[in-house]
Design a protein around this ligand. Structure first.
Ligand SMILES: *Cc1c(COP(=O)(O)O)cnc(C)c1O
Length: 457
């Protein structure tokens, strides 16, 4: 299948090209040229296990002639998940379930996308015979998931910038205790914004980009969205066909990548009742779904740090479909938003959308309420979803985006106990290797140049 840009200024590209480029050259985001209709396939897909379903669904987007390799990357991307069902749907009560997305190597849902993206990058190295240096900045979860997605892949070295002393000790250990000699956690003397600015500048340096084969890990790669579609499809298929129209997915949201994938599955013909977007106090999306105004605000740190975002980079894909796949209108709206930091889009979100926002105090209350009511331990991100009360007549599916053991301080504070997970316990035994680097583009480029070589093959 071909992929087009949300801004319409780029000729259609193959899947492999869309993945390698990340961002479309016209500044837009890649989307499938047309969405497949899944309805004729659903009956057959009910019987598939998770990896087989992932192969079948993602296979619809494979480039012609590359199907076998493609299927192998999908299968391998799921091999390191620790639960036999990969994404178990846990029943909490009548009409209420949790879809657990934290059984991957870094215990957060980003593993679904990044385990696959890593293998797609490795495939690119193999085809083109040239090494890649992958560069990104992180405030925690994405960096760990990216590192574990790229671990041990031939021809790929990975450089992740993070603000020294400003991420949780556990997140740092997830990045710095891998023992992989081609993984470089770069502890920057500065803030997350400094780290991100350096990454941006490095990508803007065309000569450097070519010299080291620079690639990105960010939330806008098309492969990430497609990988996330699978678990919505999987969850819907766990319900009898006649009941799927009553499902509401409740999704903790930051960059809008996760919930967008679910909405795309609905547009491919899987009937659902709706989607509830759950934010923390950084509530740009909650405000948008309530008022139709999309307006940037300041970012305040919260107990659910992976949602501390005020510009949702995947919003542009939602907009593209919401305005009837009109790239001219998308370009105009995005230009407006860039110029003024706000844009009015009344009535653009259909009836299927709802939203909730929770500040830190509410997150603590929700963690306790979920524990009391269902005997279930949520993490602080997942807890935001529970601000939504199940509606009579609907099947409510709360997405659990991280394992609570990743956030010991918040859990101790809210519940007076700290959940544990063997993967995280094992990290305590391992040597921590990080590379302190000044927050300066020159220093980072010099580091990448001198450390990027891992022999391919
Ligand atoms: C990244 C993340 C989110 C937010 O997902 P988006 O795709 O940015 O909306 C929610 N919860 C956890 C644990 C995350 O790591």
């Amino acid at each position: 299948m071909n992929f087009v840009s949300t801004r319409g200024g780029t000729a259609p590209v193959s899947f492999a090209e869309a993945v390698a480029l990340g961002l479309a050259p016209d500044g837009g985001l890649f989307v499938p040229a047309e969405l497949p209709d899944l309805r004729p396939r659903l009956a057959e897909w009910e019987a598939l296990d998770y990896p087989a379903l992932a192969e079948a669904f993602l296979g619809l987007f494979a480039d012609e002639g590359a199907e076998a390799d493609f299927r192998r990357t999908v299968r391998e991307s799921l091999a390191r998940f620790g639960h036999p069902e990969v994404a178990p749907l846990v029943r909490l009560g009548e009409g209420v379930s949790v879809l657990e997305l934290f059984h991957g190597p870094t215990l957060a849902f980003k593993d679904f996308a990044l385990q696959w993206l890593g293998r797609l990058y490795a495939g690119q190295v193999e085809r083109e015979g040239r090494e890649l240096a992958v560069l990104g900045a992180t405030s925690g979860d994405t960096g760990a998931a990216a590192i574990h997605g790229l671990l041990g892949l031939p021809g790929v070295s990975l450089f992740i910038l993070y603000p020294d002393g400003r991420i949780s000790p556990l997140q740092e250990r997830q990045m710095a205790c891998t023992g992989d000699p081609a993984v470089f956690p770069l502890a920057i003397e500065g803030s997350f914004d400094d780290a991100q600015a350096i990454v941006k500048e490095a990508f803007g340096d065309e000569a450097f980009r070519r010299e080291v084969g620079l690639s990105a890990v960010n939330s806008i790669n098309l492969a990430r969205i497609l990988a996330q579609c699978v678990y919505y499809l999987w969850a819907a298929l766990r319900f009898p066909a006649g009941e799927r129209g009553r499902i509401r997915f409740v999704v903790p949201t930051g960059n809008f990548g996760n919930v967008l994938a679910g909405w795309m599955v609905a547009r491919m013909g899987v009937p659902v009742a709706g989607f509830t977007v759950a934010t923390n106090q950084n509530d740009i999306l909650d405000r948008f779904f309530r008022t139709g105004e999309y307006r940037i605000g300041g970012v305040a740190p919260s107990l659910a740090p992976s949602m501390d975002i005020q510009v949702a980079s995947n919003f542009e894909r939602f907009l593209y479909y919401a305005v009837g796949e009109d790239p001219v209108r998308v370009g105009a709206v995005m230009a407006d938003f860039r110029a003024s930091g706000r844009v009015e889009l009344p009535g653009i979100a259909g009836e299927e959308w709802a939203s909730r926002a929770s500040d830190d105090r509410a997150i603590g209350d929700l963690l306790r309420a979920v524990d009391r009511r269902y005997g279930y331990t949520a993490d602080p991100h997942t807890a935001c979803g529970f601000a939504w009360e199940p509606r009579a007549g609907e099947e409510t599916v709360y997405l659990a985006t991280a394992h609570p053991a990743k956030f010991p301080a918040a859990m101790e504070e809210a519940l007076g106990r700290v959940p544990i997970h063997p993967t995280l316990e094992a990290l305590r035994e391992r040597e921590l290797v990080k590379y302190p680097v000044p927050a300066a583009i020159g220093a980072v480029q010099a580091f990448v140049r001198s450390h990027r070589s891992r022999p391919a093959g």
